[in-house]
Ligand binder design. Structure first.
Ligand SMILES: Nc1ncnc2c1ncn2[C@@H]1O[C@H](COP(=O)(O)OP(=O)(O)OP(=O)(O)O)[C@@H](O)[C@H]1O
Ligand SMILES: [Mg+2]
Length: 752
C-alpha cells in the first residue's frame, strides 16, 4: 500500500474544500484589489484629463490678459484657477506633477502681480493695455509645460490602469486554468479512489444479495471504503459460517428424522399449532393437508376407544412433572386399517413449569408387535413342546407296560370272555393313550421321522380317493398340482397324516359345504421373509397349501391354534392336537408353516417343505405286514433302565419265541456280551442314565462287529436321530409298542 493511498478520503475531501475556498478568496481579494486600483487610476487619469481642459481655458484667459488688456479680475481668476489646479496636483507623487505644480505656482504668482497692477519691469502702466510680450511668452511657456505635463500624467495614469487591468485578467486566466487542472486532477483522484472501490462494493453486495454467501469485496485499503469492505467481508464471513452451521444442523435434523423410523413433530400447545415432517404422509397415508396440523388433528385419527386414554395419559405426564411422554395407540391409516403407533415426546416447559411445547416422533409398530407376537407364540409353543415332550416320554414307558400287560392278560384269559373283554378295553384305552402321546411327541418335534425324497403331487394323487371319501359329498375338492414340482424331503406317512388333519379341519369349518383346495408349487423364501419369521431358513421349498371357504378363525384364536389341546370343537369331537402335530412335523422336517385366516371368508394353511436334491422314490409308503413273525429261540439282549418296561419286554419276547436276557444298563449289557457269544440281537433303550443306547451299541460293535441292534425309545433325542431323521442303518421301535410291532421289528432286525 503506497503512502499516497493512505490518505483518507475525509482528509482528501477537506483538502479539496480548503483549496477551493482559498482559491476563491484569493481570486476575490486579488480581483477586487486589482479592479479598485485600475478604477482609481482611470478616475485619476480622467480628473487630470479634465484639468487639461482647465489649462486650455487658462491659456485663453492668459491670451486675453496678454493680448487684449490685463483685467485684474480675469488675472485674479487665472491666479485662482492656477492655484486650484496646483492644489489638485499636490497629492500626486510624480515628478511631472511636481514640475507642473511649480509652473502653476509661477502662473499664479505672475497673474497675481498682474491683478494687483504690479506689472513686471518694462511693462505698460496702462491698465487697459495688454501685458508685455515677454510676460505673455512666460505665461504661455508655463501653461504649455503644465498642459504637456498634465497630458503626460493623464496618459501615463491611463496606461498604468490598463496595465493593471491586463495583469488582473492574466491573473484570472491563470487562476482559472490552474483551478481547471486541479479539478481534473481531483476528478482523476476521486475516480481512482472512489468509483472503482464503490463498484467493487456494489458487485459484492449484489452477489451477496442474490444468495452467493461466499462473495467477498477485494478492496485492500486502509480508508473508509477499505474499512467498509472489511466490515462487509466480516459480516459475510459470519453470515456464511452461520449459514453453514444452520444447514449442518438442518442436515443433522433431517438425518435424525430419517434415522428414526417414524414421523417427527413439534407441537406448540400455546398457539395450538403443530409442525410435522413429510414422513407423516408415509406413516399415515394421509396427504399433509387432509389432517389438521395440530395436536387435536393428530388425535382425531386415533382409534375412538384410545382418544380419551391419550389425553388422560398426556395430562398425567404433564401434571406429574415428567420430562417425557410416551403413548401407544391405534391409528386409522388411510388404507382403512388400524395401525399400532408409539409416540414419544419431550415436554418443554416455560419458566413457570407450564408445558408449552412437545417435540418428538411417532412410529408404526404394527409389524414389530406382530413379530413380537409371533416370537412370543413361537416361544410359547417351544415351552409347551418341551413340557409335553417330557411328559409323553414318561407316559410312553407306562403305556408300553400297560399295553403289553393287558395284551398278555387277554391271551391268558382265553377261556374267560368277560375278563378278556376287560383286558381288551385296557388295550384300547392304552392304545388311545399311545396315539395321544404320539401326537404330543409329534408336536414336541420328537417323533422319529423317516424322511425320504418324495413327489408331493404323487402323494396327493394317492391320497385323493381317501380324502374324497372322508370329506363327503358337500365339500368340493380341488387339486392344483404345480408343474415341474421339486421333490421334497419329508416323512411321507407323516405328511399324509398332516394333509388328512388339515383337510378334516377344513371339512369341519365348512358344515354347510364349500370348496377345499389343495395346491402345490415351488417357492423360495428369501432373507427378508426369514428375518420377519422366526426359525425360517431362507431357501427353496415345496409349498403345499390347504385352503377352505369355511368360517375362518377370529384373530384372538389365531395365535393359539397350534397349541396342543386348543380346540373350539365340542367335547369328544376334537382333541386340539391336529394342528399341533402338523406344526411339530413341519418344523421337525426343517420346513415352515403359516396359517392365514379371514373370519367368514376361509382359511389357508401353507406348508413349506424342504426341497430335496435327489430323485423321488416311487411307492414311498411300504405296505404294512399283517402276519406276526415269530422267533426261533434266538438270544436277545434286552437293555432297559425302567424295570417295568424291561420286565414287559422280556415277557413279550419270550412269548414270541425268543430267549431274552435282561440288562438294566449299558455296563451290565457289555458284561453279557463279553461272556456270551450266542447273542443275536441287542435290543436297547436309547435314553438311559450313564451310557446311552447309542454309546452301548458302539461299544458292543467293538466286541462283536456283526452284532445286530434294535433301538427303542419314548422319544428320539439326538442319540440316534439327527435333526429329526434316523441315521442310516438304524432301526428304531417307538414306544409304546404293541406286540405285533415288536415282533415285526425284531424279526426285521434279525433277518434283513
Ligand atoms: N380350517 C379351519 N377353519 C376354521 N378353524 C380352524 C381350521 N383349522 C383349525 N381351526 C381351529 O383351530 C382349532 C384347533 O385345530 P386342531 O386341528 O389343532 O384341533 P381340532 O381340529 O379342534 O381337533 P383334532 O384335530 O384334534 O380333532 C380348531 O378347533 C378350530 O377352532
Ligand atoms: Mg383338527
Amino acid at each position: 500500500m503506497s503512502r499516497a493511498s493512505n490518505i483518507q478520503l475525509r482528509q482528501l475531501a477537506l483538502a479539496c474544500l480548503i483549496g477551493a475556498a482559498l482559491a476563491l478568496l484569493l481570486l476575490t481579494v486579488a480581483g477586487i484589489g486589482g479592479w479598485q486600483r485600475a478604477r482609481q487610476g482611470l478616475q485619476e487619469a480622467q480628473r487630470i484629463g479634465a484639468l487639461h481642459g482647465d489649462m486650455e481655458r487658462l491659456r485663453l484667459a492668459v491670451d486675453y490678459l496678454t493680448l487684449l488688456q490685463p483685467d485684474p479680475a480675469v488675472a485674479r481668476g487665472v491666479a485662482g484657477d492656477a492655484e486650484r489646479i496646483g492644489r489638485t496636483l499636490a497629492p500626486i507623487d510624480h515628478p511631472t506633477a511636481r514640475v507642473a505644480a511649480a509652473h502653476l505656482r509661477e502662473i499664479t504668482h505672475i497673474t497675481a502681480e498682474i491683478a494687483e497692477g504690479r506689472l513686471p519691469p518694462g511693462t505698460s502702466a496702462q491698465p487697459r493695455s495688454p501685458a508685455p510680450q515677454n510676460i505673455a511668452r512666460e505665461l504661455h511657456t508655463h501653461i504649455s509645460v503644465v498642459s504637456d505635463g498634465l497630458h503626460e500624467l493623464s496618459t501615463g495614469m491611463q496606461q498604468q490602469a490598463l496595465a493593471t487591468l491586463r495583469w488582473l485578467l492574466l491573473g484570472l486566466i491563470t487562476l482559472v486554468v490552474t483551478l481547471a487542472l486541479l479539478s481534473l486532477f481531483a476528478f482523476a483522484l476521486i475516480h481512482r479512489r472512489l468509483v472503482g472501490p464503490i463498484r467493487a462494493i456494489e458487485t459484492g453486495l449484489d452477489q451477496f444479495a442474490t444468495g452467493r454467501l461466499d462473495a467477498r469485496i477485494a478492496v485492500q485499503r486502509d480508508d473508509e471504503l477499505g474499512r467498509l469492505a472489511q466490515a462487509f467481508n466480516h459480516m459475510a464471513e459470519r453470515r456464511e459460517l452461520q449459514e453453514n452451521r444452520l444447514s449442518e444442523s438442518e442436515q443433522r435434523l433431517r438425518l435424525f428424522a430419517t434415522a428414526t423410523t417414524g414421523s417427527v413433530f413439534d407441537v406448540d400447545l400455546v398457539n395450538r399449532t403443530a409442525w410435522r415432517d413429510e414422513r407423516f404422509q408415509q406413516l399415515t397415508g394421509y396427504a399433509a393437508d387432509s389432517v389438521e396440523a395440530t395436536f387435536d388433528g393428530w388425535t382425531s385419527i386415533a382409534h375412538p376407544a384410545d382418544q380419551r386414554r391419550i389425553l388422560d395419559n398426556l395430562e398425567a405426564a404433564i401434571s406429574s412433572g415428567a420430562t417425557y411422554w410416551e403413548v401407544r395407540n391405534r391409528m386409522r391409516h388411510a388404507d382403512g386399517r388400524w395401525h399400532y403407533m408409539v409416540s414419544h415426546a419431550l415436554l418443554v416447559r416455560d419458566e413457570h413449569g407450564q408445558v408449552v411445547r412437545m417435540v418428538g416422533g411417532t412410529s408404526d409398530i404394527t409389524d414389530r408387535l406382530a413379530m413380537e407376537e409371533r416370537q412370543n407364540q413361537g416361544q410359547r409353543l417351544e415351552a409347551i413342546g418341551q413340557l409335553t415332550g417330557g411328559v409323553a416320554h414318561d407316559f410312553n414307558n407306562l403305556l408300553t407296560v400297560i399295553l403289553g400287560t393287558a395284551e398278555l392278560l387277554g391271551e391268558k384269559m382265553d377261556d374267560d370272555p368277560d375278563r378278556r373283554m376287560l383286558a381288551g378295553m385296557i388295550v384300547n384305552a392304552a392304545q388311545r393313550g399311545a396315539s395321544l402321546t404320539r401326537h404330543l411327541l409329534a408336536f414336541a418335534r420328537k417323533q422319529a421321522l423317516e424322511p425320504c425324497v418324495i413327489d408331493v403331487n404323487q402323494l396327493l394323487a394317492e391320497l385323493e380317493p381317501l380324502l374324497r371319501r372322508t370329506l363327503g359329498e358337500h365339500v368340493e375338492l380341488e387339486l392344483t398340482r404345480g408343474a415341474g414340482l421339486w421333490p421334497a424331503l419329508v416323512d411321507p406317512a407323516q405328511l399324509e397324516s398332516a394333509v388328512l388333519n388339515l383337510c378334516l379341519n377344513a371339512r369341519d369349518a365348512m358344515p354347510a359345504g364349500g370348496r377345499l383346495t389343495l395346491e402345490t408349487a415351488n417357492t423360495h423364501l428369501d432373507q427378508n421373509y426369514a428375518d420377519a419369521n422366526v426359525e425360517v431358513r431362507p431357501g427353496q421349498y415345496v409349498l403345499l397349501a390347504v385352503s377352505d371357504t369355511g368360517v375362518g378363525i377370529p384373530p384372538e384364536q389365531l395365535v393359539r391354534v397350534f397349541e396342543p389341546f386348543f380346540t373350539t370343537k365340542e367335547k369328544g369331537k376334537g382333541t386340539g392336537l391336529g394342528l399341533s402335530m402338523v406344526f411339530g412335523f413341519v418344523k421337525q422336517s426343517g420346513g415352515h408353516i403359516k396359517l392365514y385366516s379371514e373370519p367368514g371368508q376361509g382359511t389357508t394353511v401353507r406348508m413349506y417343505l424342504p426341497r430335496a436334491t435327489g430323485q423321488a422314490q416311487a411307492g414311498a409308503l411300504p405296505p404294512r405286514e399283517v402276519a406276526i413273525p415269530r422267533g426261533a429261540g434266538e438270544v436277545i439282549l434286552v437293555v432297559e433302565d425302567e424295570p417295568a418296561v424291561l420286565h414287559h419286554a422280556m415277557e413279550q419276547l419270550t412269548l414270541l419265541g425268543y430267549q431274552p436276557i435282561a440288562a438294566n444298563g449299558g455296563e451290565a449289557a457289555l458284561a453279557f456280551l463279553r461272556e456270551r457269544d450266542d447273542i443275536a440281537l441287542l435290543f436297547t433303550d436309547i435314553v438311559m442314565p450313564g451310557m446311552n443306547g447309542r454309546e452301548l451299541a458302539d461299544a458292543a460293535r467293538l466286541l462283536r462287529p456283526s452284532l445286530r441292534v434294535l433301538y427303542s425309545s419314548g422319544y428320539t433325542e439326538n442319540a440316534v436321530v439327527h435333526h429329526g431323521r434316523l441315521d442310516p442303518g438304524v432301526r428304531l421301535l417307538a414306544k409304546p409298542y404293541r406286540r405285533a410291532d415288536l415282533a415285526r421289528r425284531v424279526y426285521e432286525a434279525l433277518h434283513q
